[in-house]
Design a protein. Structure first.
Length: 576
């Protein structure tokens, strides 16, 4: 701080002291004591189950419910002068919730700028009353000149009468002195107010009471405050005139280095940049590198940038070590918005799967008159869990022999042959991660022409996990089939499948009876519709490669206890 600033500050302090003396002399005859306070300092000791432990306790006059100021001490080595710089910053307030003899427990009172840490300073402002002798004559209001003293030495006048400590008591201005009450109310309203509001309040009082007993002191106080603000503003403008050229960064990216450069006139010997992210209390100081006559540059490290905002200001350093304002101040820094770097999303992988399977089932003790052989091949793609989950297309060959039980077991007729060579389209739609619907459309050729069918399934569980599928199928000229299938993913290398079917295939539809004779060779062939039977299938696979699974299956099926037989099959699945 320069000599001129100190001179103006001394003038403001003297005006404030005389104002306090004048107000005290007016209130002395009306009230027995004037309130003051003392600051008790302590420290954060530790943390206990979410409470902050401090050493401001009952032995120092603390009481439950008292508010403590929480300060963060900082000791930083100046990067240019090499001297240690110490200060502290207010980061919030604590409220005492439990006070003991030596220690107390406290909780945050409002939001803290930074979490409390052991070693932080706590300050308790405790009111103390000082009795004032009422027989002291009130001094005349002092007349001050608007010019502050220029001498480096000053005379101090003792304004405080004899005092003695007493129990703190609230003090109210006497209603007999309305002017003192009005001034007291002004002071109460100005707690924590800025300089501009104080000046306006003092000048407003002088305008209302030009001949009041406090008018001179308040006028002088307002004048000194105005001069102090004007001086600092002019000094800032003067220092900022050092800045010749500066292009502020328009935007910055988080975790990406940011370069800031300035051109200065009357170039100082060095320059430093102070920066902080949103939410940080203290600035991080770094020297700027000289890159030419009058040019300085600095790069803020990537780890120092995080969204949403970076604040910074720049100071120059003269040859005698004096700091000079260049760009912004600690109270009014420059700012740049910091955007998060978009994180690249991995390319959507759409796995494709090809499957070939075959299945043989004998329904009548290997007699050959009630059998099914079905082979299918398909290729499909798996997209996402919700919406269209998968799409598949494939082909199949269905061949069977069958008829009614009466024709096959009692009349000993041969089973009629049934066949369908078909293609299909299948889609799976995910209602949620856990549930999906599967639909299949089939069209193909049989001996008598074109035929088709459809299949609908409900899957409970994700297809990449253990799941249960329930549904049915209808194939024209072949019959109906109800399906329940459980896929187990308990063992990743050994996929297991259990399936049950209730069906009247392969002879699920009767031949049309006509009056015309049957074709040659059709004599003794079953024509009626086959009965319903049940199948139980178990399939076990092994994952030879991460994308290759080979499985074998066995089955047993029957329409009655005497009309039944075994089955077998297999499947190969490859995914890429």
């Amino acid at each position: 701080m320069s000599h001129e600033t100190l001179r103006i500050a001394r003038g403001s302090c003297l005006a404030g002291a005389l104002l306090g003396a004048a107000f005290a002399s007016s209130a002395a005859a009306a009230v027995p004591a004037e309130a003051s306070s003392e600051a008790l300092e302590g420290h954060v000791i530790a943390f206990e189950l979410g409470d902050v432990v401090v050493d401001v306790a009952g032995d120092r006059g603390a009481t439950a419910g008292a508010i403590l100021e929480l300060w963060r001490p900082l000791n930083i080595k100046h990067p240019v002068t090499g001297q240690m710089v110490s200060d502290r910053f207010l980061i919030g307030r604590l409220r005492l919730v439990q006070v003991r003899g030596v220690l107390s427990l406290a909780l945050p009172d409002g939001k803290l700028a930074q979490p409390a840490q052991p070693g932080d300073i706590v300050v308790l402002h405790r009111p103390v009353a000082a009795h004032i002798t009422t027989n002291a004559s009130a001094p005349e209001p002092a007349t001050l000149t608007t010019e502050p003293p220029t001498s480096s030495t000053s005379t101090t006048t003792s304004l405080a009468p004899d005092t003695q400590k007493a129990k703190p008591e609230p003090i109210e201005p006497s209603s007999a002195d309305p002017e003192a009450a009005e001034v007291s109310a002004i002071f109460d309203q100005l707690r924590g107010a800025g300089v501009r509001r104080r000046v306006l309040a003092y000048e407003s009082y002088v305008t209302r009471h030009p001949h009041g007993k406090y008018a001179i002191v308040l006028y002088e106080e307002a004048a000194h405050l105005r001069r102090l603000v004007e001086y600092e503003t002019s000094a800032t403008d003067k220092h900022q005139s050092l800045l010749r050229n500066f292009e502020p960064p328009r935007e910055a990216r988080s975790h990406t280095p940011l370069r800031i450069a300035v051109e200065l006139s009357n170039a100082p010997v060095a320059a430093v940049i102070h920066s902080r992210n949103s939410g940080e209390v203290a600035y991080h100081t770094a020297p700027m590198r000289r890159v030419g006559e009058g040019y300085f540059s600095a790069t803020i490290e990537a780890e120092r940038l995080s969204s949403p905002r970076l604040e910074y200001f720049i100071e120059g350093v003269a040859s005698d070590g004096r700091s000079m304002f260049v760009l912004g101040t600690a109270m009014e820094p420059q700012a740049v918005n910091v955007e998060d770097v978009p994180k690249p999303k991995p390319a959507l992988r759409v796995p494709a799967t090809v499957t070939v399977s075959t299945d043989y089932a004998d329904w009548n003790n290997l007699k050959g008159n009630d059998v099914v052989w079905q082979t299918e091949g398909s290729v499909g793609m798996r997209f996402q869990d919700l919406g269209v989950r998968a799409a598949r297309m494939g082909f199949g060959v269905y061949r069977g022999v069958g008829g009614s039980l009466a024709e096959l077991d009692q009349e000993k007729l041969s089973g009629r042959r049934v066949g369908l060579t078909y293609g299909y389209l299948e889609g799976e739609f995910g209602l949620s991660h856990f549930t999906s619907i599967i639909g299949r459309l089939v069209i193909g050729l049989e001996d008598d022409g074109v035929n088709g069918g459809a299949q609908a399934l409900l899957r409970i569980g994700n297809d990449r996990e253990t799941n249960l599928t329930i549904g049915g199928e209808a194939l024209g000229g072949i019959g109906l089939r109800g399906i329940t299938e459980l896929q187990l993913a308990t063992f990743p290398r050994v996929p297991i499948l259990f399936r049950t079917e209730v069906t009247n295939q392969p002879a699920g539809a009767a031949l049309a009876r006509t009056s015309t004779p049957l074709a040659p060779g059709a004599v003794g062939v079953a024509q009626d519709e086959g009965e319903v039977g049940a199948r139980a299938i178990a399939q076990v696979g092994y994952r030879f490669l991460p994308d290759l699974v080979i499985a074998a299956r066995g089955s047993y099926q029957g329409r009655t206890i005497n009309h039944a037989g075994p089955g077998f099959g297999g499947a190969v699945t490859y995914q890429w």
